[in-house]
Design a protein around this ligand. Structure first.
Ligand code: DNO
Length: 357
């Protein structure tokens, strides 16, 4: 595995490449062209400029998170082929620039959903949190406004204000899309992009739906082992793979995380590893990465990744806001740096143990 950190780009991220470079054991970044809209072609020039900037800081691009999918592709509307053609062109340009891992998601309307961006914990840190009761009480069209105020001025990944301005229409557009249709549209998309992925060895890594169940009655398919195995089989190509995100699959306590990892051997191309603390099955908060601070056994998660021979990029995920840092919720420097160091420590111990037999 390679330890990485997510970086949103100059002008979007409060964290600098220089700071990331100084986190021990981190050699790459997971980045994106944050100012592009879903459906837009990424030019080779822009990709190259980004790459050069990262390399000048002594790091490299380990993968892209995300190249977002246009709603027409998820809905399966008649103009989807044009957007798929654009996506293929973007993949081609990434491939030509030697970038080989692309994370994306297939969530309708909203990307990941939290009901609080700054819940206070006993130690005074603040974290992202989710309460089903708050979602149930909320008008979906107000979702964006209800959380945007706590975002520390940042644009949240996957919550493009341009799209959110049309949220009512988006709901309308998805009204005939159920789980089955969404799955069929995903397969259609994957089949069309596999040739370019094969040509440039680009590993597609779908991000789970977060939380891993239907929110506001919208379909959700990337939620558990059964659905993932179905997806892997439907397009049985190594380039059709997944992002294993412990914090997203872990929202559903029925998901056995180490077992899921083992059953997806060879198809996990990217890992987000973080912990959650459950106060009840319907209420969780994003704790520090350590096992002792949350509900997951992080050692078992890392061990499962080690045992399947996972060799892709891994990154600490949402961190707590600590030490008075002001940053995009979940994406400050300090707690993610602690997370990276902890995960590296677990990995070193697992590796040494395995080698000693
Ligand atoms: C949230 C992230 C997601 C993820 C996308 C991938 O912090 O984990 O926004 O990047 O769903 O497309």
């Amino acid at each position: 595995m390679e330890m990485t950190m997510r970086w949103f780009g100059t002008g979007f991220d409060t964290v600098t490449l220089k700071q990331i470079r100084q986190v021990p054991g981190v050699t790459g970044v997971i980045t994106t062209l944050y100012d592009t809209q879903p459906g837009e072609v990424w030019s080779r020039e822009k990709i190259r400029a980004l790459k050069e900037e990262v390399e000048a800081a002594g790091l490299h691009i380990s993968g892209i998170e995300s190249v977002n999918i246009h709603d027409a592709i998820k809905i399966g509307s008649p103009d989807r082929d044009q957007y798929i053609a654009n996506y293929i062109e973007t993949l081609e340009n990434l491939g030509l620039e030697d970038i080989h891992m692309v994370c994306y998601n297939f969530m309708p309307v909203f990307d990941w959903t939290r009901t609080e961006l700054a819940r206070k914990r006993p130690d005074g840190s603040t974290v992202l949190a989710y309460t089903q009761a708050a979602v149930d009480a909320l008008d979906p069209e107000k979702m964006f406004d209800s959380i945007a105020g706590d975002a520390n001025g940042a644009i949240l990944p996957g919550w493009e204000p341009e799209r959110m301005a049309h949220v009512k229409e988006l709901f309308e557009m998805y009204k005939d899309v159920d789980d089955e249709k969404l799955f069929a549209n995903l397969v259609y998309f994957l089949e069309k992009i596999m040739p370019v992925c094969n040509k440039y060895d680009i590993k597609m890594a779908i991000h789970p739906d977060d939380p891993a169940w239907s929110v506001f009655g919208l379909p959700r398919i990337i939620i558990n082992k059964a659905n993932l195995l179905k997806m892997m089989k439907a397009v049985d190509d190594v380039h059709n793979g997944i992002t294993f995100c412990s914090g997203s699959y872990g929202t559903n306590l029925e998901n056995d995380l180490p077992d899921m990892i083992r059953s997806l051997k060879g198809r996990i191309h990217f890992a987000h590893v973080r912990n959650l603390k459950f106060n009840s099955p319907d209420d969780f908060e994003e704790s520090a990465h350590l096992s002792s601070d949350g509900s997951f056994d992080m050692y078992e998660i890392m061990k499962a990744l080690y045992e399947i021979g996972f060799d892709g990029p891994i990154r600490p995920d949402h961190g707590r806001m600590i030490w008075d840092e002001v940053a995009m919720p979940g994406y400050g420097l300090y707690d993610r740096a602690l997370g990276a160091t902890y995960l590296n420590g677990l990995w070193e111990a697992i590796d040494k143990n395995a080698k000693r037999g």
